[in-house]
Every structure is written in structure tokens, then in C-alpha cells.
Write a protein that binds this ligand. Structure first.
Ligand code: ZN
Length: 460
């Protein structure tokens, strides 16, 4: 038999297989080329993105440096407290916290008025509001509303207003000399046991309202130096330490403080609030240790005064509820107990925001915006400080009313000696007078940089 001839199919199958391999090779080459192309494309894309990023980063860096040079990148939350206050252009960054160019201009005029009305020996008092040469007013242009003899408190309030605006005794500010003279006057008017009192004009007994305010001013001066890692002036530190020791010494048996140093009297939250702020500043300035027992007694006293249904704090246990003491109650939680998000603060913030909108917002009648209920610089000061710490929408609602109202009722007559001050209207005007109303108004409008509050950054 003949061997079978090779099938004609065999060469055809081999050819097909060869063609298939060739096709596979072409496909693989194309795929590799595509892969390489993709990789190159991806790489190119990354390079483009990278280049754009670099450019954007470069531009952002240039812009950032430009803005920083102008003060716009200043970070008030992380800068030292004293640096925040003494920043030369507050108006460039206070907007997100609720401040404005107008509020800064009002602060500026207010501080200038206070500086013009300081006595030569450093104090602020009712005697300053008379025409020269007896007083500090322009000839024939006496500012009205001298108030009562509360030189210790008035000097303390004016000093707090300057220091909140970044004018310290040690930083070479245009008002540093005024601040130094005021602090020195307080030091000269301190009793051996630590009480700050004006023996020449006062009642001769320690007034704890006045003492607390002045002790707060001295401690605040030391706190600002320490905040910048500087050594505070020894005479101010020692005076602050003695003043705070006196506060702890006369703490009443019920845990708070009252007008006098009689420890058996019932305390009130208003006087107590100033002692609390002085203690806080002294602790931060490291001029005094505030004992745990003192803090616990303060807490217990304020707990007994928290009687309102909406985070309110009364003047005394079971007594009248006022906006001012509600603000003080919130401050105790925020500053001393370090519980800024406590239910009392949350409820009190909503209550005060409602109150501001219901009571003080309305048609603007220039210089009489706060027509009803009567003006209350004391409540606006305390509550603004507390509301700034509480933050959020309640802060915005409160600030929108009170900030604009205060700006509207500042005295602005061009030729008047009173230009830059606030008329002493409202509840405590006869006692406090124009220095009191002006210092409290300025302090209220300095809230955006006096202390830090990230939660107050609620404005766009
Ligand atoms: Zn005057």
C-alpha cells in the first residue's frame, strides 16, 4: 500500500497556526505600545498636573506671602494672646468673628477719649470730667456724667480697655505710658493686706466691686507679658498676687463675694463675677495659685443661683434673673469650670440671643437705639464676653444687635470734648458715669480679640 500522502490539510493548518502566532505577536506589540503609550500619557498627565499644582502652589505662596504681609493670614486662634490683642490691623481678620471696620473705628475713638481724660497721676475718676485746669476736659467743653467716686473701679475698667486693645505697659504702644501710669496708681493705692482702695476719696472700707475690677486689670497686665514669654514688671506681679490673695481670703462662707469683706454676708453673682475673672487672669499669669477649694466653693455658690428655666443665673439664690448675671453664670462655666459646652451655656446663649433680638433690635433711632428696655452697658459687656465664648448662631444673633447698637450710640460730634465716648445712659449711669459707660462699650467692641474663641468664627 502506498503510504498515504501527506494531507494537503497539514501545510494549511501550519500556515494558519503561523498566521495566528504572527497575529498574536502584532496584537501583543500593539497592546504593549498601547500600554507604553498609556503609561507615557499618564506620566505626561501627571507631569502636567504636577506642573499646574506647582504653579498654583507657587502662586498661592506668592499670594499668601502678600496677604500675610498685609496681615490677612494672621491666625488669632494659635497666636499668643497678647499678640492677638496687639496685632496692628485687627480689622483685617476680625470679620469672621463678628467684628468690622466700624467696630474698630469706634474702639479707636473710645480709647482716644479715655486717654485724653486720664488724670496726671494716672487715675480715672469723676474729677477728670471737668474743664482744665481742674479736670481733663477742653476749656468750656465739659463732658457730662462724671459719676460717683469709684476711682479704683474706673481706673481698672479703663486699663482693661487699653490692655484688651493691645496697649500694654511694656510694648511701646502709643498708650503704653497711660497704661503704666494707671497701673502704678493702683499699686500706690493698695492696702498692706492686698485690698485696692482709694483711701483719700472712698468710703475707707474695701469695696469688693472695685477691688475685683482693679485686681483683674493688674493680673491681666501680667498675663499679657507672660503670654509673650516676657517677665512682667515685679511691682505689678506682687500687687496682683496680694490682690488675689485678698480675694481668696475674703471669700464668703457661701462660696461667693459681696460688696464688703464681711465673710458672713450672703454673696451675689455680680460682685463674684469680677473676682472670678481676676482669679482666672492671675492663674494664667502664674502670679497666684487658685486653690481647688476656692473653685469648688465658687461652683457650689453659682449652682445655687442657677434658677432660671433657660440657662439663667440669678443675682442671688432664688432671686431675680437678670441678663447680666446670666452672662456671668455662663462665664463661670466657660472660664473657671472650663465647661464651655455645658447645657447651661447652650441654653443661656439661646435665651440671650432671643432677648437681644426682642429687646434691642428695631428701627435705628440714632443714639437712642437701646430705648427700651433701658440701656445696660453692664449687661452688654458681661453677656458679650460670655456669648463670644459660647459661639455658634446665638453668638451671631446677639452680636448683630449689640455691636451695631453700640456703634450707633457713640458720641461723634466733631468739635465736642465727648467725641469718642458713650453717654452714661441706663441702669448704672449715675454711679458709673461716662468713664464707666465708655470703658465698658470699648471692652464690648474689643471682644473679637480680647480672648480666643474658635466657635465664634461664624461669619462668612
Ligand atoms: Zn471731656
Amino acid at each position: 500500500m502506498n503510504a498515504p500522502e501527506p494531507s494537503t490539510a497539514a501545510p494549511g493548518a501550519a500556515q494558519a497556526a503561523a498566521d495566528q502566532r504572527a497575529e498574536q505577536l502584532r496584537t501583543d506589540r500593539v497592546r504593549r505600545l498601547v500600554d507604553v503609550g498609556s503609561a507615557l500619557g499618564l506620566l505626561l498627565a501627571l507631569l502636567v498636573v504636577f506642573a499646574v499644582d506647582c504653579r498654583q502652589a507657587g502662586l498661592a505662596g506668592i499670594a499668601a506671602r502678600r496677604v500675610e504681609a498685609e496681615g490677612g493670614l494672621f491666625d488669632p486662634i494659635h497666636a499668643p494672646m497678647a499678640e492677638v490683642r496687639q496685632h496692628p490691623h485687627h480689622e483685617q481678620w476680625i470679620g469672621p468673628f463678628g467684628g468690622s471696620e466700624q467696630s474698630e473705628a469706634a474702639v479707636r475713638l473710645g480709647l482716644e477719649w479715655l486717654a485724653r481724660h486720664q488724670a496726671d497721676d494716672g487715675h480715672w475718676g469723676p474729677d477728670c470730667l471737668h474743664p482744665a485746669p481742674d479736670g481733663r476736659c477742653q476749656p468750656g467743653g465739659s463732658c457730662t456724667g462724671p459719676g460717683s467716686e469709684h476711682r479704683i473701679a474706673l481706673t481698672g475698667l479703663a486699663l482693661l480697655a487699653f490692655q484688651a486693645g493691645g496697649h500694654y505697659d511694656f510694648n511701646g504702644s502709643e498708650f503704653s505710658a497711660s497704661v503704666g501710669r494707671g497701673l502704678d496708681w493702683l499699686v500706690r493705692n493698695q492696702r498692706a493686706d492686698g485690698c485696692l482702695l482709694d483711701t483719700l476719696h472712698g468710703a475707707g472700707t474695701c469695696n469688693m466691686y472695685e477691688h475685683g475690677i482693679a485686681a483683674f486689670a493688674l493680673a491681666d497686665a501680667c498675663e499679657m507679658a507672660v503670654s509673650l514669654e516676657l517677665e512682667p514688671a515685679d511691682r505689678y506681679c506682687q500687687a496682683a498676687a496680694r490682690a488675689v490673695s485678698f480675694i481668696e481670703y475674703v471669700q464668703h462662707k457661701d462660696g461667693g463675694w459681696r460688696y464688703t469683706e464681711d465673710r458672713d454676708l450672703p454673696s451675689d453673682t455680680s460682685v463674684s463675677g469680677w473676682q472670678v475673672l481676676a482669679l482666672k487672669a492671675a492663674k494664667r499669669a502664674r502670679v497666684a495659685e487658685v486653690g481647688q477649694q476656692c473653685v469648688e466653693q465658687v461652683e457650689q455658690f453659682f449652682r445655687r443661683c442657677e434658677t432660671g428655666p433657660a440657662g439663667q443665673t440669678g443675682y442671688m439664690p432664688g432671686q431675680i434673673l437678670t441678663p447680666a448675671t446670666t452672662g456671668v453664670g455662663m462665664l463661670v462655666h466657660e472660664f473657671i469650670l472650663e465647661r464651655p459646652d455645658s447645657p447651661l451655656v447652650q441654653q443661656g446663649a439661646k435665651y440671650l440671643a432671643d432677648l437681644a433680638e426682642q429687646s434691642w433690635r428695631g428701627p435705628v433711632v440714632r443714639r437712642r437705639r437701646f430705648a427700651a428696655p433701658p440701656e445696660d452697658f453692664y449687661a452688654w459687656y458681661n453677656c458679650t464676653l460670655a456669648m463670644f465664648q459660647a459661639g455658634g448662631q446665638p453668638w451671631k444673633r446677639w452680636n448683630d444687635v449689640v455691636r451695631n447698637g453700640l456703634i450707633d450710640c457713640q458720641c461723634l460730634e466733631a468739635q465736642s470734648c465727648a467725641r469718642g465716648s458713650w453717654d452714661p445712659l441706663g441702669r448704672w449711669a449715675p454711679q458709673g458715669g461716662r468713664i464707666y459707660s465708655t470703658a465698658l462699650a470699648v471692652l464690648t467692641l474689643e471682644v473679637y480679640y480680647r480672648y480666643k474663641s474658635e466657635q465664634a468664627k461664624v461669619y462668612k
